[in-house]
Ligand binder design. Structure first.
Ligand code: PHB
Length: 393
C-alpha cells in the first residue's frame, strides 16, 4: 500500500513538473532584438524604425499565439564592429528569437555570419545593397534594393527628354549598386552617361562634387545618398545655383526623404524620384498608418519606418504560423512567400531570394494644399511588382 502511494506521489509530482514545464515554455517571451543606429549620422533611421515597431505593437497587441512579444532595441551608432558584437550578445546572452534592423549595408554584412551560425532569422528593415540577402540563408528583407529603386528612374529619364546624365552616389555598397544599374538602364534606353561621381559616406562636403556637375553640364544629375543626407545635399545644390542651372535633379527617394523633406524648402520642388514609399501614398491603409504614426511621434514616417512596420508584421505572422512555437528554421519557412498589404501597397517576400518584391513609384516633389501645404513626394506613375534586378544575373 505504502509502495503504491509512493509511486502515485512520484507520478503526480512528475506530471506536475510536466505541466509546470509546459506552462513555463508557453509563457516564455518571444524576443525581437533590433540593432539600429540610434546615434550618429544615420540616427534618423533608428528613430524611424523604433517608432514604427512600437506603433505596430501598440496596434496589434504584445502577444502572439500565447507568446508575449519583447522588443529589445540596441544602438550600434552605425558602426559595423558594434553591430556584430551586439548581434552576438543578443543571440547568446538575451537568447533572442529574431534579430532585425541594420541601418546601413556594412552593418548588415557584419551581422550576417551570426545569423547563419546561430540559425536566427535576420530581418533587414533598412540596408539596401542587393547582395545583402546572399550573405546568409537566414536573411529576409522588408526594405528595398537600390537596383530595384533605380531602374525605373533610368527608364523615366530616358523617356522624358534627358539625353545626358552624370551619376552622383555615396561611395559604398548601395551607391555602387545605384550607379551600376542607372548607367546600364539609361544606356539601354539610348542615354549617355558623361560623368560618374562618388562622394564619401562619412561627413561629406558636396561642394567640390557639385562644382564638377556644373562643369559637365549634363541634362540631369542622378543622385543616390543614404537617408539622412538629403537635406544637406539639397541645401548645397541650391546654394551653388544648380537648381536654376537647367540641370535636372533626379534621384532615388532616399534624397527626398520624408523625414527631411519639409525642411528642404522650395529648392526640392519639382525633383523627380523613384521609390517604394511616400508618406503621401493615397491608399486607405497608408492614410491610417501616417495618421497614427504622426499622432504617436509628432514627425512624419519615411521609407525606413514603413520597412520597420512591415518587418514586425512579417515576424508576427511567422510566429503565428508556427502556433507560437517559433524556432529559426520554422520562422524562416513561414516568412518565405508571404504576401501582404503594406502602407506602401502590396508586397511579397520572394521565397527563393528572401528579398522583397514591390511596386516602385515615380514621384515629384510638390506642395500639397490638401495636406497642410507641406512638401510631399506625389506619386504619378508606377512599375508594378518589381523584383530586385540585382538578383537576375
Ligand atoms: C544602406 O547602407 O544600405 C542604405 C542606407 C540608407 C539608405 C539606403 C541604403 O537610404
Amino acid at each position: 500500500m505504502m509502495r503504491r502511494r509512493l509511486w502515485l506521489d512520484a507520478a503526480v509530482a512528475f506530471c506536475g513538473a510536466c505541466v509546470l514545464g509546459f506552462a513555463a515554455h508557453a509563457a516564455e517571451p518571444f524576443k525581437i532584438g533590433f540593432i539600429l543606429p540610434m546615434t550618429g549620422q544615420q540616427a534618423s533611421t533608428g528613430k524611424q524604425i523604433e517608432a514604427a515597431a512600437k506603433l505596430y505593437m501598440a496596434q496589434h497587441g504584445a502577444t502572439v499565439s500565447g507568446r508575449k512579444i519583447e522588443l529589445i532595441v540596441k544602438d550600434d551608432g552605425g558602426a559595423p564592429d558594434m553591430t556584430k558584437r551586439l548581434a552576438q550578445e543578443l543571440v547568446v546572452n538575451d537568447k533572442v528569437d529574431v534579430i532585425a534592423g541594420f541601418g546601413i549595408t556594412p552593418a548588415a554584412f557584419a551581422a550576417a555570419p551570426i545569423a547563419t551560425q546561430s540559425k536566427t532569422p535576420m530581418v533587414v528593415t533598412a540596408a539596401a545593397t542587393s547582395a545583402i540577402t546572399e550573405r546568409s540563408p537566414y536573411i529576409v528583407r522588408t526594405s528595398f534594393t537600390l537596383p530595384q529603386a533605380t531602374v525605373p528612374i533610368a527608364d523615366w529619364a530616358a523617356k522624358n527628354g534627358i539625353k545626358t546624365a552624370v551619376t552622383f552616389v555615396a561611395d559604398y555598397g548601395p551607391g555602387l549598386d545605384a550607379e551600376k544599374f542607372f548607367i546600364s538602364q539609361f544606356k539601354l534606353n539610348g542615354g549617355k552617361v558623361i560623368g560618374e561621381i562618388r562622394t564619401p559616406l562619412k561627413s561629406p562636403d558636396f561642394a567640390p562634387f557639385l562644382q564638377k556637375v556644373a562643369d559637365l553640364k549634363p541634362d540631369a544629375v542622378f543622385v543616390f545618398l543614404p537617408s539622412g543626407q538629403g537635406a544637406a545635399f539639397m541645401k548645397q545644390f541650391g546654394e551653388r545655383g544648380l537648381d536654376k542651372s537647367g540641370i535636372r535633379l533626379i534621384a532615388t527617394g532616399d534624397v527626398t526623404d520624408d523625414d527631411q523633406l519639409a525642411e528642404m524648402g522650395d529648392v526640392a520642388l519639382g525633383v523627380v524620384t523613384s521609390h517604394h514609399y511616400s508618406a503621401a501614398h493615397p491608399s486607405a491603409m497608408n492614410k491610417k498608418f501616417v495618421a497614427a504614426f504622426e499622432a504617436a511621434n509628432h514627425f512624419r514616417p519615411n521609407f525606413m519606418a514603413v520597412a520597420g512596420y512591415d518587418g514586425m508584421h512579417l515576424i508576427y505572422s511567422a510566429l503565428a504560423a508556427t502556433g507560437g512555437k517559433g524556432g529559426g528554421d520554422a520562422l524562416l519557412a513561414a516568412m518565405k512567400g508571404q504576401v501582404f498589404e503594406s502602407p506602401r501597397g502590396q508586397i511579397l517576400i520572394d521565397a527563393q531570394t528572401r528579398d522583397i518584391v514591390q511596386d516602385i513609384y515615380i514621384r515629384k516633389v510638390e506642395r500639397v494644399p490638401a495636406m497642410g501645404n507641406q512638401l510631399y513626394n506625389v506619386e504619378f506613375d508606377v512599375q508594378k511588382a518589381v523584383k530586385d534586378p540585382g538578383k537576375a544575373k
